[in-house]
Write a protein that binds this ligand. Structure first.
Ligand code: AHM
Ligand code: MG
Length: 339
């Protein structure tokens, strides 16, 4: 039987590869793991506990303010980052503005974190897989001062670490610091994330395409051309492919990462800049997929090259196995948009 490697041990081993490292990033990753264990507990009990059911703003029978699960998760992560001391500020999908932490310890923190505490809003209340997505950057502003908007608006290429937690049939934490991708499964019996997917690589191609096909008639016609290609019969390339769409980005992404596949959410008239957010949805997943051998683009440029201008900036998102992304790109490039 091989020895179990816990996330904590793994992080410590990696830190030892950098003798000058102060351990702050290790502690921060550990804080994310602890917060996600607490969120796992809340997600698992969501149907049982009445203060995390229902829309936020409602008052339950005890006269208490009800909290939505995504707000519970947001508070949990923020508390962890604020108390941890490694982070000077955060940007979250749940908060209109970024937050600069006020304590002296936090002002000395080297890092900022951009995150989506609980992604997959349409699936939260219906017991379908959801996830947390996070991105870590070195601050630009001087240590000892408050975090600034500039700290938050860095291109994905500057990420120090990026990853996600999937609350699926088991909870998994997957992350990269730019030296490959590793996945850890939470063993609920011992309360530890254990290395289950070392050095993850995504297949060069696959047989799964994931999009909200309800949008097919209203997006760039190149997407229709690509989905028709996916649906054509051709035994030599394994087509027709399977269409699989959970509607939780983390879950769709994770399946495709492992099995080989492509996820795309184009711009639409309802979401003219795209639906997904660059800073805390697309960039971390782009970092993971590139480290795993895949690609991420908005259809015109690499996701991680985009210079952000807004905290909640949206983009079109195409992510997955290299050959599949290239094929979709070819369909986009060779299909004219009707005037
Ligand atoms: P959210 O941040 O409000 O949860 O939105 C992000 C989600 C993704 O998880 C998912 O892939 C997509 O939006 C689903 O959108 P749609 O319901 O339009 O298919
Ligand atoms: Mg989201």
């Amino acid at each position: 039987m091989s020895k179990l490697t816990t996330l904590n041990e793994f992080i410590m081993k990696k830190q030892a590869d950098f003798p000058g490292a102060s351990g702050e990033l290790s502690r921060l990753l550990n804080d994310i793991a602890v917060a996600s264990k607490i969120v796992t507990r809340d997600v698992r009990r969501a149907g049982l506990v009445d203060n995390i059911l229902g829309a936020q703003g409602e008052v339950n029978v005890q006269g208490e303010q009800q909290q939505k699960l995504d707000v519970v998760a947001d508070n949990q992560f923020i508390k962890m980052f604020e108390m941890g001391g490694e982070v000077c500020g955060i940007g979250s999908e749940e908060n209109d503005n970024y937050m600069a932490f006020k304590s002296e310890t936090s002002k000395n923190g080297k890092y900022v974190v951009l995150f989506d505490p609980l992604d997959g809003s349409s699936n939260i209340d219906v017991n379908v897989s959801i996830g947390t997505i996070f991105s870590i950057y070195h601050r630009i502003s001087p240590v000892g001062t408050e975090a600034t908007l500039e700290d938050m608006l860095q291109p994905g290429d500057k990420q120090v670490a990026g990853g996600y937690v999937l609350y699926g049939s088991s909870t998994m934490l997957v992350y990269t610091t730019g030296n490959g991708v590793n996945g850890f499964t939470l063993d609920p019996t011992i309360g530890e994330f254990c290395l289950s997917h070392p050095n993850m690589k995504t297949p060069e191609t696959g047989r799964i395409y994931s999009m909200n096909e309800g949008n097919i008639a209203v997006c760039h016609p190149g997407y229709r051309k690509y989905t028709e290609y996916c649906q054509e019969e051709d035994a030599s390339t394994g087509r027709p492919y399977s269409g699989r769409y959970i509607g939780s980005l983390v879950a769709d992404f994770h399946r495709n990462l492992i099995k080989g596949g492509i996820y795309f959410y184009p711009t639409t008239p309802a979401a003219p800049k795209g639906r997904l957010r660059l800073l805390y949805e697309c960039n971390p997943l782009a970092f993971v997929i590139e480290q795993a051998g895949g690609l991420a683009t908005d259809g015109t440029q690499r996701i991680m090259s985009i210079k952000p201008t807004e905290l909640h900036q949206r983009v079109g998102f195409i992510v997955g196995s290299k050959q599949m992304v290239e094929k979709l790109q070819e369909c986009l490039d060779t299909t004219a948009v009707e005037a």
